[in-house]
Design a protein around this ligand. Structure first.
Ligand code: NDP
Ligand code: OXD
Length: 314
């Protein structure tokens, strides 16, 4: 067996190769940046490899994506039809929950206002609602959304979720599909977005959706938190909604164009918190052991929970 490790040029491949070599047992580890025998490759571990690269591997048996989202990979129309697996891993999940909880609390505890007050040395104590008075809605109640929901509920927020199926998630009010979106938004003060980018979800975060968020809550206005994908959001609509008060604030980790150009008007907005697609980093320390286990389980013919459904695109 030989595992080809291929990733976007801005990723440092060395620590991944080193860890796969250390933990990969008998598996030969091939570096996609150097010449290799394409016919020898049986498995591939990839993050945004050059389009077309995987099509040239005649004996490829499975692809392991080094992240949770597979939108970039599925955009390659030459991608071989072998089983494609994504990351489901406690390390990635807890990183996302840290980021989402940080952003929810940042807005809930009015940090944009306090930072502005600090800048002008102003001592003003703002009215602070309790967490139990604030409704968080998680758009995309999958592996990551559910973990965030648990932690936010533990803090005291009223948490509900929206998913494609609307399937029950124990302990949470769930909404499903197109019909469930309006009632879900109408009960949401802080909207956390953890959807995959698919043909159905592209551009979903637009002016119409923002206008549907609750306006009868204890916060000055609705808040948007997006760590899903930049393609979910219409950035001009976010700016317009922040400017006219449809949104009171936002935290965004993912963008239509990454890296976000320095002259993008999102950067300087005072009600926006921006981070450079770091909500939940994939790290070799966190993920390689799990991928090696997955490859072994795949070879034993086991069913893995992280198999991507090519029909739905996630
Ligand atoms: P999952 O596949 O576990 O969950 C996806 C959720 O979205 C499911 O609840 C699914 O519904 C729902 N969903 C999908 N399509 C629709 C739709 N059309 N309408 C309504 N709901 C929909 O994914 P993860 O939780 O593991 O990851 C979510 C995304 O987070 C990734 O795809 C990736 O884009 C992003 N991500 C971002 C990172 C970052 O650093 N910023 C890091 C890691 C991931 P159902 O339950 O019915 O299937
Ligand atoms: C992912 C990401 O999908 O880091 O894992 O964006």
């Amino acid at each position: 067996m030989a595992l080809l490790v291929a990733m976007a040029r801005h990723w440092d491949a060395e620590p991944w190769l080193e860890r796969f070599r250390r933990l990969g047992g008998d598996m030969e580890i091939l570096d996609a940046r150097k010449p290799y025998d394409a016919a020898a490759v049986t498995h591939a571990a990839v993050w945004k490899p050059d389009p077309g690269m995987l099509a040239g591997l005649p004996n490829l048996r499975a692809i392991f994506n080094l992240g949770a989202g597979v939108d970039a990979l599925l955009a390659d129309k030459t991608l071989p039809g072998v089983p494609l697996y994504r990351i489901i891993d406690p390390d990635l999940t807890s990183r996302m929950t840290e980021w989402v909880t940080l952003q929810v609390l940042f807005h809930f505890r009015q940090m944009p206002d306090y930072l502005a007050q600090q800048a002008r040395a102003a001592w003003e104590q703002l009215d602070q609602p309790g967490a139990h008075e604030v409704r968080v809605g998680i758009l995309g109640m999958g592996v990551l959304g559910r973990d965030c929901a648990e932690v936010l509920k533990r803090i005291g927020f009223q948490v509900a979720g929206w998913s494609r199926s609307g399937a029950a998630v124990e302990g949470f009010e769930m909404f499903g599909g197109a019909d469930g979106l309006a009632p879900f938004l109408a009960r949401t003060d802080i909207l956390v977005v953890l959807l995959p980018l698919t043909e159905t979800t592209r551009g979903i975060l637009d002016r119409k959706l923002f206008a549907g968020l609750a306006r009868d809550g204890r916060l000055p206005g609705p808040v948007l938190i997006n760590a899903g994908r930049g393609g979910l959001q219409v950035e001009a609509d976010i700016l317009a909604a922040l400017d006219d008060g449809t949104l009171a604030g936002a935290s965004i980790d993912v963008f239509e164009t990454e890296p976000l150009p320095a002259d993008n008007p999102l950067w300087p907005h005072p009600r926006l918190v921006l981070t450079p697609h770091v909500a939940a980093d994939s790290t070799p320390e966190g993920l390689v052991a799990g991928i090696v286990r997955d490859i072994a389980a795949f070879e034993r013919g086991e069913t893995l929970p992280n198999l991507v459904d090519r029909a739905t695109g996630y």
